[in-house]
Structure formats: C-alpha cells, structure tokens
Design a protein around this ligand. Structure first.
Ligand code: FCB
Length: 447
C-alpha cells in the first residue's frame, strides 16, 4: 500500500479532477437581466424555512464576479468545473421565449472555462425549478417533464458542442423526498404520495431528455447525478438487517434499479401501497435509456435502524458541522456495491466534501479537518478503483463557501473561503492541498 503522500500515484493518467457549485447557491443577481423566480426564491422568503433567515438574492455574487471566479478555479489547477444552469434565468417562466441575456451569461462562462483549459460540466436541474411551473403543478405534474425536455434541448443546442458533460438532474432523491415528503426543502410539500410521483417524473424526464438531446445530435456525454450513501445496520439484529433492505429499496435502489434495470424494487412498491406512483406505459423503458456516465455525490453513510434509535452523536465517529458522520470507507462500499449489482458506465464522484466551523486567521483558514476528510475520501475512491470500479473523475463540493440551502450561509463547504461582507475569496489550506494533489497527478499524467 503506498504511503499517504503517494495518494497521487493511485490515479491513472487522464483521471479528471474538479470542483463543483450550483447556480442558486452562488450566482445571486436574482432580479437581473430578466431572470424569473425559482421555487427556491419563493421558499427562502417563507418565515422559518432557512436557518439563518437568508436567501439567494446575492449569494456569492458570482453572476458579476464570474471572470475572477474562473481565474480562481484555474489557480487550483483542476481539469473540470461542475456548475448548473439556472432554468429561470434562461427561461423565466419555464417555457416559451428564451431570455437571451441569461443564455449569454452561460455562453461567457463556458467560453471562459475553455479559454482557461478547464472542461465545463453542466447540470440542467440543480433544484431551482421556475416558480411559474410550480404553479402549474411542479414536478408532480407530467407536463413539467415535457417542459424539462424542451429546456434540455435548448441548452444542448446552445452549449452542447462546448461542454464536457451534461447532467439532467442533481439528486432526484433530495428534490422528491426533502422537497415533497419532509417539506424541509423547496417547494416545502409534505406528502409521501406526491414525493414518489415526483421521483418518477424526474426519472422519466431524465430518460426523455437523454433521448431528445441524442436525437438532436448531442456530442457531450449525458448522465444523471445521484446522492448515494452506504447503508449499514445499526445492530446485528434481524430487524435492522430487514430495515437495511427496506431503506435501500426506498432510497438508493429506487433510482439505481430504475435506471439500470428498468424497474422499481418490489419491496418499495409494497411498502408504498396506495402511495406508489402512477406509471404509464413506456415510462420505465425511457428511464432505463443507457447513460454515458453516472455521477455520484457521497457525504456519509446511512445507518438503518428498525426502531429509529440510531444517533450519529453517539456512534463514536467524528462528525462534520452538518452532524454527518465522517466515514470514507462507505464511499468504497457504495461504489463496490454498485459495481457488483449493475453494468456501470464510467462513474464520476460529482460531489464530496464537508462543512466545518472554519476560522479566518490572518487571511488564512487552517482547515486540517477538511484536508483529512478529502484525503480519506480520495483514498477511498482509489480503493474502489483498485477493486475494479470504473471511476473516471472526482469533484470537490465545493469550490467556495456558498448558500447551503436550508442551512443558509452558516455552513461552509468551500475549499475557498468567502467573506460575504466584502465578497473576497481566499483559498483555505484545503484548497492549496487539493491544488498540490491535482498538480502531482497531472504532472505524472503528462510524463
Ligand atoms: C448536496 C447538494 C449540494 C450541496 C451539498 C452539501 O446534496 O447537491 O448542492 O448543498 O449537498
């Protein structure tokens, strides 16, 4: 086993290294150049929805600072940048007339990345559905699937020749479950039945969008991004073992069985009963349209407990500022599970990272805890690759501190610090560590 300092030796030439963000979390300029309202704009202004009462109106002001932000990305030496297009910025009411100023922003961004030698990795839906479509039923309505396909086709036609990958949806589980069952994320609905209908529509719209973009001659690889945890039982009891099966069926396998096998797990359908989604003829075949890659966002494990008694605070594992257990082995675990169960296309770790309570100290952030987190998880990716999992790239969440959804600005995930009063950016120690790792890998690749 190579020493930790040889981490870079465990990655092959051509492995992609990136940083990730999303439109709503960094852009701001919520009312500029004809941008329409999104469900997150609306949700933020509901009292109590966001922990610190904040919103995305300004965020990291990236809409105005994009050029220096691209220089910042280039200074980290990464090969790839994952960002999302704001649907209401380019189609203010979700359908109909395109907003040329909005599209021009993404043209500048993509061209600016290419000019700096960085591959643009574009996500179409990182949660900011146009509010006008929510008013017509949102993701619970089948019509939204067709509006999404039109949006995907338009973006592909404008930018598809210049981007390195196009992701349909980021984390459909979060949109469906946190947005429509628990109601802790936009649009704040609390109905299990609606949540699974939404999950189904997101998956069908993903397949339809792939088919439509391919029919239009798309050259960029097309795929989806799932948030996947590694599931383990709380105890060795039979009840907890059964709970692992149920949680896997309702969570991970709902998505991966549908995408790779064209069916929902029977266990999940039985559990849902009357809450199971309405599935129309042909839907499952669209969902299972082959993908060019799979994106995986990994943060922690999931512990299945039949009596819901598991408490991360008592597990003995170190926790991040989100209260999430730090468990790099779970990343190897989930990757090898997927490799065993399905014929995987190339896999990208499209998000991995951690929030900690950072302190600025003379212009520097000494975030040794984040470096440990990244080192452990990147090593876990190498472990999975050594077991045959076809991982082609890794992206840190996040390039910079940003609007962390219901947690507001209080939780900082960046490898670059953002001072929200001045909008000044400063790489944290973790950013410099990542830069050095990427440089070592790329130098090796070029020799
Ligand atoms: C993921 C989201 C991303 C970010 C991280 C911490 O679920 O895709 O936008 O908020 O969590």
């Amino acid at each position: 086993m190579p020493s930790p300092n040889d981490l870079h030796l465990r990655f092959p030439p051509g492995f992609r290294w990136g940083v990730a963000t999303s439109a709503f979390q960094i852009e701001g300029a919520a009312f500029e150049d004809g941008r329409g309202e999104s469900i997150w704009d609306r949700f933020c202004h509901q009292p109590g929805a966001i922990a610190d009462g904040s919103h995305g109106d300004v965020a990291c002001d990236h809409y105005h600072r994009w050029e220096s932000d691209l220089d910042l990305i280039a200074s980290l030496g990464v090969t790839s940048y994952r960002f999302s297009v704001s649907w209401p910025r380019v189609l203010p009411t979700g359908s109909g007339a395109w907003n040329p100023k909005g599209m021009a922003f993404y043209e500048r961004l993509v061209d600016g990345l290419l000019a700096r030698g960085i591959e643009p990795c574009l996500t179409l839906n990182h949660w900011d559905l146009p509010q006008a479509l929510q008013e017509r039923g949102g993701w619970a309505a089948r019509d939204t699937m067709h509006r999404f396909v039109d949006y995907a086709r338009g973006v592909q036609r404008h930018l598809g020749d210049r981007v390195r990958m196009i992701t349909t949806h980021n984390e459909p589980w979060v949109i469906a479950i946190l947005g429509h069952e628990f109601g802790t994320f936009a649009p704040g609905i609390k109905s299990r039945k609606t949540a699974y209908q939404v999950a189904h529509h997101l998956l069908v719209s993903h397949g339809l969008a792939l088919e439509a973009m391919r029919a239009d001659g798309a050259k960029a690889p097309l795929g989806i991004v799932l948030n996947l945890a590694h599931t383990e039982p709380a105890t060795s009891s039979a009840a907890d073992a059964a709970r692992v099966e149920l949680d896997e069926a309702m969570g991970r396998r709902w998505y991966t069985d549908a995408l790779f096998k064209g069916r929902y797990p029977q266990l999940a359908l039985d559990e849902l009963g009357a809450d199971a989604p309405r599935v129309e003829a042909g839907d499952m075949a669209h969902i299972a349209t082959p993908m060019d890659y799979l994106g995986i966002n990994y943060y922690s494990r999931h512990v299945a407990s039949a009596d819901n008694s598991f408490d991360a605070k008592k597990s003995g594992l170190p926790l991040t500022a989100m209260g999430w257990e730090i468990y790099p082995r779970g990343l190897t675990g989930v990757l090898t599970t997927l490799h065993h169960e399905y014929e995987l296309p190339p896999v990208y770790i499209t998000e991995n990272g951690a929030a900690f309570d950072d302190h600025m100290d003379g212009g520097k952030v000494h975030d040794a805890d984040r470096i440990d987190y990244l080192r452990g998880h990147i090593g876990a990716v190498a472990d999975a690759m050594e077991r045959g999992v076809p991982v082609a790239g890794y992206m840190v969440w996040s390039l910079m501190d940003n609007f962390e959804w219901a947690s507001g600005y209080a939780k900082r995930f960046g490898i670059v610090h953002v001072d929200y009063a001045t909008q000044q950016r400063a790489p944290k120690d973790s950013g410099l560590w990542y830069r050095d790792l990427v440089r070592a890998c790329r130098e090796r690749s070029s020799t």
